[in-house]
Design a protein around this ligand. Structure first.
Ligand SMILES: [Zn+2]
Length: 306
């Protein structure tokens, strides 16, 4: 059995909307995981003939490619002699701009503009607006908008995002992504770099297979060009995928597809294109420990099926 642990940002700075994991909590996590489990790279484990099924394995993974992974997470991984896999959005690396999911919340937090006309028919009536006055109104609005955006088709979502980016153009985006030199350094230190698509599109909401193929192949080829190999792994952004995604991922040359599900992976049974990962957040150590041992999910399912 393999527990795959998923992280995003690790940073001492706090964020009102998407809070990164605090550095000390990350240290505790890696210490605990490496004590309790045999920690290994997923890409090594997945194709190894010597998996001892009685062993308890764990892997450590990062999505998106934030620079703080390099600054804060890598030294801690080294301290506990752990290797990790980093799944990067290649357009974000090339342009040094964050993922749209990050930008969305960042703009609502830091723009001074109040005029924002979002009047699309596909939006819920309460999400159709002309103006947002004050920081609190903006934060409350984006908290409702973000989960709804994830349910839209990619084209509808793009329309909303483009509108927001144009209205909140007073904000300068932070330069917080890793670059190819950082990734080469990480690769040379024995970690793995895989794909998290070209532009962080939610693959399961896309209907045009040429566009899906472009997201998958484009980023895989870019990694090949910059790091010398076509990646084994595609990590689906926002955990969004469907049967078409899985099929195209396989056709474009990937061997592993990573989802986000709070389950333990069973290599004998589970689909290689639907591998579960347990996401860890900036929460109390008590809650984090429950997530690591999967106790929290077990408790939730007991409550659900009672
Ligand atoms: Zn992501």
């Amino acid at each position: 059995m393999i527990r795959n642990f998923l992280f995003h940002r690790v940073n001492p700075k706090r964020d009102a909307l998407w809070d990164p994991m605090d550095v000390s909590l990350f240290d505790k996590c890696v210490k605990h995981i490496s004590n309790k489990y045999e920690t290994i790279l997923f890409e090594e484990l997945a194709f190894s003939d010597n998996i001892n099924t009685a062993n308890r394995y764990a892997t450590i993974m990062f999505d998106d490619g934030f620079k703080d992974n390099m600054e804060y997470a890598i030294p801690i991984l080294e301290k506990y002699r752990c290797k990790a896999s980093f799944y990067v959005v290649t357009d974000c690396i090339d342009k040094n701009i964050p993922t749209w999911t990050f930008i969305l919340e960042f703009l609502f937090q830091f723009s001074e503009n109040e005029d924002l006309i979002l009047d699309f028919e596909f939006l819920l009536p309460e999400l159709r607006i002309k103006k947002l006055v004050g920081k609190e109104a903006k934060l409350n609005y984006v908290k409702k908008l973000k989960p709804f955006l994830k349910k839209l088709s990619d084209h509808e979502r793009d329309k909303v995002i483009n509108c927001i980016t144009a209205s909140f153009s007073d904000v300068e985006l932070p330069r917080i992504m890793m670059n190819w030199d950082d990734l080469k350094e990480i690769q040379n230190a024995g970690h793995y770099i895989g794909s998290h698509t070209l532009s962080h599109q939610m693959l399961g909401t896309m209907s045009n297979s040429t566009e899906i193929k472009n997201e998958l192949l484009g980023s895989g080829n870019r990694i090949k060009e910059m790091l010398g190999y076509f990646p084994l792994t595609i990590s689906y952004p926002v955990g969004s995928y469907n049967e078409t995604t899985k099929k195209i991922a396989q056709e474009t040359g990937y061997k592993i597809g990573l989802a986000v599900k709070q389950n333990i992976f069973n290599p004998q049974k589970d689909d290689m294109f639907e591998i579960p990962r347990i996401e860890l957040y900036n929460e109390s150590w008590f809650k984090t420990k429950l997530r690591i041992s999967n106790t929290l999910e077990n408790i939730k399912s007991l409550i659900r099926y009672r």
